[in-house]
Design a protein around this ligand. Structure first.
Ligand code: F6R
Length: 310
């Protein structure tokens, strides 16, 4: 690694190893309920590759730590462009650890679009199949790749499930579905490690600006800025980007024991600054992470470029 800059906001500059040690030493069985404000551990790495490696290692360590005790880690997973290289590295590491039992690993995805046909390449179900699990596994096939299909949870928003319903009935059905999702999250959780990206507008999951910090998994409307940001995945055509999604709320996210938010690129620099240095405010949903005691924010130097301590 040619350059790495890691600092703890309360204890100054740290080596990467030191930061990792502190981050993992802080892991433990304490869900955050606090209303006080805390400073996340901020880790600034030179580039996207280093961020991916850090992220893959963090996920791997939680999976391995639980597996060694004969237990299954509970992971909260994000989609989007940012974690793609991390999932690729994680897959490689898991493949090398062929004797590790992954069948008990439980995963909960943060969100899913409403209204894409089943199997649409841009649905988050397809994304997870492509980037971490295997397609067969997502269709309920046997254990391949070590994970068990029944332990993978992704909100279901495809048309096949919901097509043909009147709008009000559709919303009621979707709400029932997300209530069940939240109940499952509570019964199988708490999540050991929640992975997050951040939107340019400061969203986490699809908890958009203005979302209540008390919010749980819900049917949400995507903002114009999120649809603009995501149109790159839909042939550049905003009209193809769904208007609604199912998403964990801020309170669902904060119920995780540990949170790892990852951001890369200059387009995230302002959102990162507002998350860490602006007021804790529903206008910037990611700022709610400062109400949680165990948050690590991993950035490449571009995403960190607007922080005052650069
Ligand atoms: C995805 C998600 C979103 C993304 C965010 C950043 O599951 O919850 O909050 O993390 O929109 O997306 P990318 O990584 O594509 O910039």
């Amino acid at each position: 690694m040619s350059f790495s800059k890691v600092f703890c906001r309360t204890c100054g500059p740290l080596s990467v190893g030191g930061a990792l040690l502190i981050a993992w030493a802080m892991m433990g069985p304490q869900p955050a309920q606090a209303r006080e404000e805390y400073q996340p551990l901020v880790v600034v790495l030179p580039d996207v590759d280093a961020v991916a490696e850090y992220t893959a290692n963090a996920l791997y360590d939680v999976i391995e730590g639980k597996a060694k005790k004969g237990e299954g880690a509970v992971l909260g997973l994000a989609t989007g462009g940012t974690p793609v290289p991390a999932y690729a590295l994680l897959r490689k590491r898991l493949k090398r650890a062929a004797d590790m039992n992954l069948s008990k690993v439980v995963t909960f995805n943060l969100d899913e679009y409403v209204g894409l046909p089943a199997g649409h390449p841009e649905s988050y179900r397809s994304y997870m199949a492509e980037n971490l699990f295997v397609p067969g596994l997502m269709q309920g096939a046997e254990r391949e790749n070590g994970f068990s299909a029944e332990n993978i949870h992704i909100p279901q928003g495809d048309c096949a499930a919901w097509d043909g319903l009147r709008d009000s009935v559709l919303i009621a059905q979707l709400q029932k579905h997300v209530d069940e999702y939240e109940a499952l999250l509570r019964s199988l959780g708490p999540v050991d490690l929640q992975l997050l990206g951040i939107g340019e507008n400061g969203h986490v999951g699809f908890a958009e600006p203005g979302s209540s910090f008390e919010g749980r998994t819900a049917v949400v409307r995507l903002t114009q800025s999120t649809r603009e940001a995501n149109r790159r995945f839909f042939d550049g055509d905003i009209n193809k980007v769904p208007r609604r999604a199912l998403s964990m709320g801020i309170a669902s996210i904060l119920s995780a024991k540990n949170v790892l938010l990852v951001a890369t690129g200059t387009n995230k620099a302002e959102a990162v600054r507002r998350m860490l240095e602006g007021p804790v405010d529903t206008g910037v949903p990611a700022s709610a992470l400062r109400m949680h005691t165990r948050v690590t924010v991993v950035l490449d130097s571009d995403a960190a470029s607007r922080l005052s301590k650069q």
